[in-house]
Design a protein around this ligand. Sequence first.
Ligand code: NAP
Length: 485
Amino acid sequence: MLTDLVTGLEVPTDLLIGGRWSPADDASTFDVIDPATAGVIATVANGTVADAGRCVDAAAAAAAGWAATAPRERSSILRRAFDLMTDREEQFAELIVRENGKAFADALGEVRYAAEFFRWYAEEAVRLHGELTTAPSGSNRIMVVRQPIGIALLITPWNFPAAMATRKIGPALAAGCTVILKPASDTPLTALAIGALLAQAGVPDGVVNVLPSRRSGPVGEAILGDPRVRKLSFTGSTEVGRSLLRVAAEQVISSSMELGGNAPFLVFDDADLEAALDGAMVAKMRNGGEACTAANRFYAQAGIAEEFTERLAQRMGALTVGPGIDRANAVGPLVNQAAVDKVSELVGDAVSRGATVSTGGGAITGDGYFYAPTVLAGVPAGSQLLDEEIFGPVAPVVTFETEAEAIALANSTEFGLVSYVYTGDLARGLRVSEALESGMVGLNRGLVSDPAAPFGGVKQSGLGREGGHEGMVEYTESKYIAVAW
Ligand code: NAP
């Protein structure tokens, strides 16, 4: 247990299995690093394959009892979790800043968003409806009930350590499933603190198990290889998602995948430019650019491209960069050195092909993993950063002439998570929204995430939806009963 990292917040450092905190089976540990200083802030138990087996045993032992718990009781527990998290929002935000690096305001925004998944699914827990119809032949009734799918493995990334966990735990618990949460190794502390919070909210032993581990491959395979496990919900990179789908295929496990993005941000000549710039800043800089929903490519129509680029550069250049724990800083560090190296490489590639740097353009030397907010103008086709997730504070701008060209450019990617469109013509906005190949569209909005809405991607950005009503359905199976009476 860490007592001095964040005042007033219980931050365990062991594994949570069957309601007990315990070290790893082989007593191994790993370090958690503060990206603002590159210093070690905590040492956490490093779960083994044997621990993974203990997690499945614990989740299996709790499964029948939790599935039989009254929906109202499950709802009340989730509601208490919302209240507890809201009461401690500042402490949770500070913890996220310490292990992830993001600016304090972004961390606080994440905690509020994360807590909302507990509240939303507290409300949904009592609204899991079935169906009753008469068979077309008239011979019987068709009755459909929704049952909890069973034990779920939840694997989360480091960029939203709280929200990606609650977006899965909330609907799973509401539906009556027990879970094993495997958080990212860069940010295990928030997940462990959420485990402690859920126990305090009244979640019975074994319903939520938390397994930090640097051995993510073997641990994931062990859990998915157990026939008692029936659900995989993964948020992370497309590459890892693909490999987990192969593993899940062995036991034909139902899989929800929230994968990478490459969001286009289209600004038409008729857009309200001030609003488009506000939206661009949110879509690009929420989380310092480390978001799957981050605007990755800006397409500006010829009539406003120059002014848009110039004003975007002014706004990006004015952001204060520094440790997120200092609330005056708008942009924190990237998560680790590998992230800085990747962003540097992508910017270097674009510049070598002829892009010009309007502001920023490089890593910031000194302690921690900082990169300057950057705008690149005239980015030529073929530049790597138009095809890959940048995952950093870099905005490449490309000019287009026609609506058809904008749609073609936006869709020229294997990803399809979210797109953004700014236009003053609502008919055009809706026409373009329908033509964009993405699971979500922000139309004159730079932020789409909402616990009440179905979040997810098409193409290689994922399978299934999280949030909204659909998010809970993902943790259920339909059972059809042919009834004659
Ligand atoms: P990642 O490298 O794919 O890791 C995600 C999680 O998978 C981590 O917990 C990681 O554990 C685990 N993992 C890695 N290899 C594994 C394996 N072979 N078997 C089982 N688990 C494995 O992604 P990330 O770098 O943490 O996150 C960034 C990515 O997430 C970006 O691509 C971003 O777009 C995507 N993302 C998508 C959404 C969405 O909703 N669509 C939301 C947020 C982020 P370790 O940390 O221990 O390796």
